[in-house]
Design a protein around this ligand. Structure first.
Ligand code: PLP
Length: 384
């Protein structure tokens, strides 16, 4: 497997071996496998372990354990956050929610769904480098607004939204604020004590935990946030998310978050150096363009294109280097990235764009190989 250079960490990350080792203790007959809702000794033990994980996650995020709810992934958390709030207002076609054009499809498709229920969705435009117009967002919030849903870091171009500022605006205007933090948890220090966020979603597989487990943070405040559950059944997670809790997945998420958090600053510095190295090594290739911007962006993601070099051909040419055309979801269902489109790129420039995302196992040697391959492959493609 090592013959591949994996540079698609924004799509998913491999499970860290230390995480897998820990998860193994929660699956088999000699481990803590019992149903955490069972009242026997083994069930209580499993529930105990889950509560320890919940406390660990809460401590890392600067919140309390009662605010952490386990789901199957960020998509479910996002659906629960948005629909969970909106369902309380139905039927009512006078209310609105505010989001942006470059959110992940989990947000945009959920918004499309609630539009059909009669809720208005207002989309705030971004600049052609991916920055959100926060002043416009503030102006658009009215008495009819229930919720603002804005991502922290864009998964395709890496631009960072100022969630502190947006949180303050939402608090001042008395509307709920949901943050899709799927690309920032485990990479950025998020102190929920200090930021005005009411709901926050993420998935474990973006920070070397297993797939199939996510979190929805729901702030406990004077004004109780009431969410209508999406799933009904055994009443787990205080009735908000029924279904037997997956102990091994929760332990995996918690362990992965711990490992990521311990190295968060050092790792970000290391990745920043790798991103700069890559950019400096390729910025002189003729016809290169950067999607987004370098200043206000995550070091973990870079989105670039080379005029007249189609991404699919480039990917075939460099088949041992795993990069992406845009987000993984887009590559399957949609031909054209809605994010790049909203930056004003033509269809052809979108088809010539690639996303490279760095992670824990990315090395300087890999970046050197990538730089060399880009130079050689682009020359070859343009010649043919
Ligand atoms: N939000 C963002 C910003 C993402 O990058 C992703 C996944 O790529 C999601 C939401 C959805 O995550 P999942 O597929 O784990 O539910």
């Amino acid at each position: 497997m090592n013959k591949f250079i994996y540079l698609d960490y924004a799509s998913t990350t491999p499970v860290d071996k230390r995480v897998l080792e820990k998860m193994n203790d929660y699956l088999t007959i000699d481990g803590v496998f019992a149903n955490p809702s069972s009242s026997h000794y083994l069930g209580i033990k499993a529930k105990d372990e889950i509560e320890h994980a919940r406390i660990n996650i809460a401590n890392i995020l600067g919140c309390i354990k009662e605010e952490i709810f386990f789901t199957s992934n960020a998509t479910e958390s996002i659906n629960l956050a948005i629909k969970g709030i909106i369902y309380n207002y139905l039927p009512n076609n006078k209310k609105n929610i505010i989001t942006s054009k470059i959110e992940h499809k989990a947000v945009l498709e959920t918004c499309d769904f609630i539009k059909k229920l009669g809720i208005k969705v207002i989309y705030i435009k971004n600049s052609n480098t991916g920055s959100l117009d926060i002043n416009l967002l503030e102006k658009k919030i009215t008495k009819k607004t229930i919720l603002v849903s804005i991502m922290h870091i864009n998964n395709e171009i890496g631009t960072i939204n100022n969630i502190n500022k947006i949180g303050n605006i939402c608090k001042k205007k008395n509307v709920l604020f949901h943050v899709d933090a799927t690309q920032s948890v485990g990479k950025y220090i998020l102190n929920l004590k200090k930021i005005n966020i009411d709901l926050l979603s993420f998935s474990s597989h973006k920070f070397y935990g297993p797939k199939g487990i996510g979190v929805l943070y729901v702030k406990k405040s004077k004004f109780k946030i009431i969410l209508t559950p999406l799933l009904h059944g055994g009443g787990q997670e205080k009735g908000l998310r029924s279904g037997t809790l997956a102990t091994h997945q929760i332990i995996g998420l918690s362990t992965a978050l711990n490992l990521a958090n311990n190295e968060i600053k050092k790792e970000k510095k290391r990745i920043k150096i790798l991103k700069n190295k890559l950019w400096n090594g390729i910025k002189n290739i003729s016809g290169i363009y950067l999607n987004g911007n370098l200043k206000n962006s995550s070091p973990y993601i870079i989105n670039i294109g080379f005029k007249n070099v189609f991404n699919k051909i480039l990917m075939i040419e460099m088949k041992n280097i795993i990069i992406s055309t845009s987000s993984a979801c887009n590559s399957n269902k949609y031909n054209i990235s809605h994010v790049l489109k909203s930056l004003g790129l033509t269809e052809q420039l979108i088809q010539c764009s690639i996303r490279i995302s760095f992670g824990r196992f990315t090395t300087v040697e890999e970046i050197n190989i990538l730089i060399k391959n880009l130079h050689v492959s682009i020359k070859k493609i343009r010649k043919n």
